[in-house]
Design a protein around this ligand. Structure first.
Ligand code: HXC
Length: 269
């Protein structure tokens, strides 16, 4: 992790809560905020993975703790947020990152398959924001919802994710309207193809898919977790104190292309 544009200590004494924090982009965010001085609470539903992630963060010198809960289960999630508040004080930065994905044509999905992704991504984001609201530092808190280019670009094999992430972005904008008066800012980040993530393993795991995608991307490379972290640190920092209700791609230009180009490149659809 390199904090190239943010000095270490920018988030000292800040409290950050991250759902889906055991791996991928969200673990990268945990490391970034922790390296910048924050106390970081990560949430995940798999206790073993969560413990491994906390151990990794400790090894990196991050002040971190893990809270097991499924974002689809409101009460357990609310309890985790309450515990963090009681232990560390009000939450300064809330990252709603828990998500699920698998490539499948719509007719290959059961109603429960579609519902599973919508429940993790959209209902999970609502549950997290709703349960966290009373614990957010007001004024001054920032919520970052981790969305995807699928929110604005229809993609074959991704109907469930497109529907769920479009809902996430609209939730970001609606809550930004409602909570602005309380001094709480909300923004969405839409990571594109980011290396070493479960999403990319699932969508473009084969070397030929990766190569094709790299060729069509305007910036001609996959992103890194650091690329996403830089955006998150900016949005959560005082430098973005007048920024709310925004949808920010970190995708190497993927969103300029349209979903069909991406589907063709990585899924052959
Ligand atoms: C069709 C499938 C399927 C597949 C699962 N299902 N995989 N249907 N094709 N490939 C169906 C199951 O049969 C079941 O339906 C239903 O989905 C729920 O599956 P479960 O495994 O019981 O549910 P659950 O344990 O809650 O798992 C949720 C999940 C899973 C989303 C289905 O893939 C998951 O846990 N994912 C978490 C990790 C992940 O996906 N990370 C990537 C995030 S990337 P039936 O009818 O049989 O009960 C991301 C960003 C997207 O989201 C953008 C990337 C650029």
């Amino acid at each position: 992790m390199t904090l190239s544009v943010f000095r270490q200590g920018l988030f000292t004494n800040k409290v950050v809560f991250i759902t889906g924090g055991s791996s991928g982009i969200n673990l990268g965010l945990a490391e970034a905020f922790g390296t910048a001085g924050a106390k970081v609470a990560i949430n995940g539903r798999n206790t073993a993975k969560l413990n491994d992630a906390v151990a990794y963060l400790h090894q990196k010198g991050v002040f971190a703790a893990g809270y097991a809960a499924d974002v689809r289960e409101y009460e357990r999630l609310a309890q985790a947020l309450q515990t963090v508040r009681d232990s560390w004080g009000p939450i300064d930065v809330l990252v709603c990152g828990a998500a699920g994905n698998f490539p499948s044509p719509a007719v290959g999905m059961s109603a429960n398959a579609f519902k599973s992704v919508v429940d993790i991504d959209l209902l999970g984001t609502f549950n997290t924001c709703r349960a966290a609201f009373e614990h957010l530092r007001k004024p001054g808190a920032c919520v970052l919802n981790i969305s995807a280019p699928q929110a604005s670009q229809p993609m074959a094999m991704q109907a469930h994710v497109c529907a769920a992430k479009a809902g996430v972005d609209m939730l970001t904008r609606s809550l930004a309207l409602e909570w602005g008066g309380a001094g709480v800012r909300l923004n969405s980040i839409c990571p594109g193809p980011i290396d070493e993530t479960e999403g990319m393993k699932r969508l473009a795991g084969a070397p030929e898919a990766r190569e094709k995608l790299t060729q069509v991307l305007p910036l001609q490379r996959f992103g890194t977790k650091d690329d996403v972290a830089q955006m998150a640190l900016f949005l959560a920092s005082p430098a973005a104190s007048y920024v709310t209700g925004g949808i920010f791609p970190v995708d190497g230009g993927q969103s300029l292309l349209g979903g069909a180009v991406i589907t063709q490149a990585i899924l052959g659809g």
